[in-house]
Design a protein around this ligand. Structure first.
Ligand code: NAG
Ligand code: NAG
Ligand code: NAG
Ligand code: NAG
Ligand code: NAG
Length: 595
């Protein structure tokens, strides 16, 4: 065995083994420019930008195991959420990864003094580089690409490489091949101009109809307001008390600003007792707050989170990238990365709101796998800190557009949406109508091709797949993370924008609604001296299970989500990929989460 020592000495890192020209291997590559983008220009090599390097999270399996334990109501650690320090320790890299990555940068003439190291969301190195430097270290070429729909140009590359020995130390480098930006991400709401908005909700609330078990304002089959949702989901007479501890966050992107005056107009019309309610706006990474440009998505989100959860304190996060985009001769600033800026900010806080809702997403296949995994792991970290992260499931059923794959084979497959497909978030689908509610036909739903099906949902999902048989075989990944987890109304929401009431639809409406209800459940738990729900899926899929049904939720058994030239999935008893476990029934959930 003595020769081993000699061998180790021989392969000890030397300049030669670090040279990208001798052992560089592709980290990620697109065959073509992603659909919806075109080549714009090649920037001067001395333009600079911020490059971020995500070091591999050496203990990520342990972090996920801890997340699952503290989220499992049967486990002795249930509810024992992690502190910022504990979660950072579990998200960190091996010391060797840090050393070897810095050696590699030094080899390329990048002095250690230029490299910043921070530890929110795992270990990250960030540095200002010139395009020429980035191209040299990543064996790549950067270009500006134009997003056809928005006109935004972004600095990206079609592929990049890392030395062989760094593939086991680096998860991802940004910006590189993830083409979405804060402005080009899809928001999941749309105006419904054909639906005449209502200004006088009282006229709709009377007369009241009653059915066997509920009293729902009649007007709610025409227009949805907080009164409708509070009646439908049974929160009307709940009085919050834990305002000093409880918070609900709304994550906004896309230069969407929540308008204070519109909120007041909305509350005076639709939730009088909450008139005067305010919320702080936190501006992250250049996020703006221009009160002269009210955003439909932002107003929908904040009006309904406050409309549902008042007087629980709400907070609005405005993340990144103010237009107009300004490019000067030496700095290319349009390198914002959706999620990374926000996640880094949130994980760097000592306390995080116990519920946060986000209404944005993209086709999963447009997000490089390692990028999606890294972001999803950061969401797991937020969950482990005790926060319920809600995402809307998307507005294109089983897939929008032509549903062709982007791997060069052009197969037509159902197109799951990300972050909806991340197993460590709670994904919210859409319903419409009342008495009974039905799955709305645009409700995003399906099965991830990136993430395996977590155990917590396997039983519920196999029940659905058993009923489906071989229908759509090959079009989706039956072993993938299935979504949505739950659902709520998604149509005909009355939203005040620029002083006018409009009808807005989308699973963007569902997610803030569920966020408000979960915030009230947290309020209830906090008032009992219990902790917040945190990552709620393992609880959700086991809570009050009776055969295939979930007694804390109203089972939605009709509706379907067409897309990709098919009729989509059909709702069914128990869990289904249009409405998940169903819509929340607050009173029943309250009883189920009271210990
Ligand atoms: C709301 O809760 C009450 C009990 O407080 C119950 O009688 C009623 O049926 C519930 N309504 C709905 C719509 O679940
Ligand atoms: C995290 O917070 C600390 C203290 O508030 C601050 O100094 C640091 O810059 C923050 N780091 C990041 C990555 O935001
Ligand atoms: C969904 O339902 C709406 C309203 O009923 C209808 O106009 C639309 O065509 C439907 N979409 C699909 C894809 O079936
Ligand atoms: C907890 O235990 C109960 C009873 O054994 C079981 O029905 C439920 O599925 C378990 N929950 C989880 C999350 O494993
Ligand atoms: C479970 O469901 C069955 C059939 O729907 C019902 O008869 C029974 O009362 C339910 N049990 C519980 C504990 O809710």
């Amino acid at each position: 065995m003595r020769p081993t020592i000699l061998f180790l000495t021989l392969i000890a890192p030397s300049k030669a083994t670090l040279s990208p020209s001798t052992d560089s291997i592709i980290k990620h590559s697109w065959g073509d420019i992603p659909r919806g983008w075109t080549y714009h220009s090649t920037p001067p090599p001395d333009d600079t930008f911020e490059l971020r390097i995500g070091l591999k999270q050496a203990r990520i399996d342990e972090l996920i195991d801890r997340l699952l334990e503290i989220s499992d109501p049967n486990h002795s650690s249930y509810g024992k959420h992690l502190s910022q320090e504990e979660s950072e320790a579990l998200a960190s890299c091996q010391p060797k990864a840090l050393d070897e990555t810095k050696e590699w940068l030094a080899y390329h003439g990048i002095d250690d003094s230029r490299v910043n190291h921070h530890q929110a969301g795992g270990d990250w190195l960030s540095l200002q580089v010139s395009i020429a430097e980035a191209e040299r270290i990543l064996s790549t070429q950067y270009h500006l690409f134009r997003h056809d729909a928005s006109g935004e140009t972004s600095l990206r590359t079609l592929q990049y490489s890392l030395p062989h020995h760094l593939h086991s130390h680096i998860d991802m480098v940004a910006p590189t091949t993830y083409f979405s930006t804060l402005r080009t991400m899809r928001k999941t709401s749309f105006l419904q101009p054909d639906i005449e908005p209502v200004d006088e909700v009282e006229s709709l609330i009377d007369p009241i109809i009653s059915s066997a078990a509920s009293v729902i304002p009649l007007g709610c089959s025409y227009a949805i307001t907080p009164s409708c949702l509070r009646a439908l989901y049974n929160t009307t007479d709940y009085v919050p008390t834990a305002m000093s501890q409880n918070r609900l966050g709304v994550a906004g992107y896309l230069d969407q600003y929540a308008n204070d005056a519109d909120l007041q107009t909305f509350l005076k019309k639709f939730r009088k007792d909450a008139a005067g309610a305010t919320y702080p706006t936190v501006q992250i990474h250049g996020g703006g707050n221009d009160q002269s440009i009210p955003g439909i998505e932002a107003n929908l989100d904040i009006q309904y989170t406050i409309g549902m959860s008042y007087p629980t304190p709400n907070i609005y996060y405005s993340t990144g990238g103010s237009p107009p985009f300004i490019q000067d001769s030496t700095t290319t600033t349009n390198t914002n990365e959706p999620y990374l800026d926000w996640v880094t900010y949130i994980l760097n806080q000592t306390t995080i709101p116990q519920v946060i809702t986000t209404s944005y997403g993209d086709d999963e296949q447009t997000v490089p796998l390692e990028y999606a995994v890294r972001v999803c792991n950061s969401f797991a970290q937020i969950g482990a800190r005790g926060t319920t992260l809600l995402f809307s499931s998307g507005d294109f059923g089983v897939g929008g557009g032509d549903c062709k794959t982007n791997d060069g084979t052009n197969q037509v497959l159902f197109q799951p949406s990300f972050p909806a497909s991340c197993p460590w978030v709670t994904t919210v689908g859409g319903t419409t109508k009342v008495n009974p509610e039905v799955g709305v036909n645009f409700s995003g739903g399906g099965f991830s091709r990136y993430f395996d099906q977590p155990d917590y949902q396997a039983n519920a999902v196999s029940g659905y797949l058993g009923g489906l048989g071989t229908k759509y075989a090959g079009k989706f990944n039956p072993g993938g993370r299935a979504y949505p987890d739950v659902s709520a109304q998604a149509n005909r929401f009355q939203v005040v924008v620029g002083g006018h009431t409009m009808s807005v639809g989308g699973t963007s409406a569902s997610s803030p609604t569920v966020a408000g209800i979960f915030a009230l459940l947290n309020d209830y738990r906090l008032s009992l001296g219990l902790g917040p729900l945190g990552f709620v899926n393992p609880l959700l899929y086991s809570l009050g299970r009776n055969g295939s049904e979930f007694s804390g939720f109203n089972d939605i058994v009709s509706g379907s989500n067409p897309g990709c030239g098919t009729d989509g999935f059909a709702a069914a008893r128990g869990w289904d990929p249009i409405t998940g476990a169903g819509t929340p029934s607050f009173k029943r959930l309250q009883a189920l989460v009271s210990k």
